[in-house]
Design a binder for this molecule. Structure first.
Ligand code: F6P
Length: 359
């Protein structure tokens, strides 16, 4: 007999349902008795005691369903130790819910912030398993997060569609891609979509280098250029600023430009006499069904989580490293960001075939 809690926290993505299905099927197949409590809207449900008892049936037929059947919300880690507006101690409240339900384990699906709170709950003595969800693929300790490949597929489709119209009109197109502070989605979708220029936060750009790359293409008779730009892309000048100065600069930029694509357009327009257009797929990158890769990954991670619970092994994130599912102690990975290294083989491969990174 096992009693588990499940919650999905932070921004949603494809394959959250597929992963929970893997956990529950892995447990229900191997146990005579299982109780599953699903918390509404992430940590909020755990704090305020909003949950539903679910059965194995609730996890059937959801392999392909995007979003999360539990709902989600953002509950910043830095505010977890700050009492709510009614003075409630959130950490104590979460522990009380856990103990009241006599849970054997809490399975938490989420990104970096979610993982930090998962680790905090582990430090407080709760049995925790974390499953790495995010389109950004920025969780340290796993090669891949679920949601990432699905988002790459969508962003790639967008670049594919832009290709034909960009070529017909001989235009410069900026496609702004999600990814928060890292460039994984942009790097992969940019390469898969045949972008000419890829800009990611980890490789600050020089606007003149971008102009050179566009002019070079025009001279070669290629009238159009596609830039895949990460939402967190940053110029070389801005990258040199201190944390405080950068924050101030970014606040000023926000007043002028809705996002980095518009800033870049403005900078390019001053130096180029070309038609420039912007496309931002935004949250579509988190929507729809998980791609087959994510369905397989989620099933594997969920199944491994079930194995750990069956063996009473807690305090881990389940990730995948070199194609093998791996349990990583939460204290080892919590709070670490996995960024693209400028020396990454993939970046070098892309550069070799002429893709500019604006550096
Ligand atoms: O972390 C996933 C993500 O989609 C990021 O790529 C993006 O920066 C952020 O979430 C958007 O957050 P929200 O859904 O709160 O607008």
């Amino acid at each position: 007999m096992k009693r588990i809690g499940l919650l999905t926290s932070g921004g949603d993505c494809q394959a959250l349902n597929a992963t929970m299905r893997g956990v529950v099927k892995g447990l229900s197949t191997n146990l005579d008795e299982l109780e599953v409590y699903g918390f509404d809207d992430g940590y909020k449900g755990l704090i305020y005691g909003n949950y539903r008892m679910l059965s194995a049936k609730d996890f059937s037929g959801i392999l392909t369903r995007g979003g999360t059947i539990l709902g989600t919300s953002r509950q910043p880690f830095k505010l977890m130790r700050v009492p709510d507006e009614r003075g409630l101690d959130k950490v104590e409240a979460m522990k009380q819910t856990y103990y009241k339900l006599r849970l054997d384990c809490l399975v938490i699906l989420g990104g970096n912030g979610t993982q930090k709170t998962a680790n905090l709950l582990r430090e407080e003595g709760l049995n925790i398993i974390h499953l790495p969800k995010t389109i950004d693929n920025d969780i340290w300790g796993t090669d891949m997060t679920f949601g990432f490949q699905s988002a790459v597929n969508i962003a790639t489709d967008v670049i594919d569609c832009i290709h034909t119209t960009a070529a017909s009109h001989s235009r410069v197109f900026i496609v702004e891609i999600m990814g928060h502070k890292v460039g994984w989605v942009t790097l992969h979708a940019g390469i898969a979509g045949g972008a000419d220029i890829i800009l990611i936060p980890e490789i600050p750009y020089d606007i003149d280098k971008i102009v050179d790359a566009i002019n070079k293409r025009n001279k070669a008779g290629k009238g159009f250029t596609i830039l895949a730009v990460a939402e967190g892309a940053i110029s070389k000048e801005d990258a040199k600023l201190s944390k405080k100065e950068l924050k101030k600069k970014q606040e000023e930029d926000k007043k002028k430009y809705p996002s980095v694509a518009y800033k870049l357009e403005d900078e390019l327009q001053k130096k180029l006499n070309l038609d420039i257009r912007i496309t931002i797929p935004g949250h579509t990158q988190r929507g729809g069904s998980p791609c087959p890769y994510d369905r397989v990954l989620s099933t594997r991670l969920g199944s491994e989580a079930a194995k750990l619970i069956l063996n009473d092994q807690y305090g881990y994130m389940v990730g995948i490293v070199n194609g093998k599912v791996k349990k990583v102690p939460l204290e080892e990975c919590a709070g670490k960001l996995k960024m693209v290294s400028p020396d990454e083989q993939l970046v070098q491969d892309a550069k070799r075939i002429g893709i500019s990174f604006g550096d």
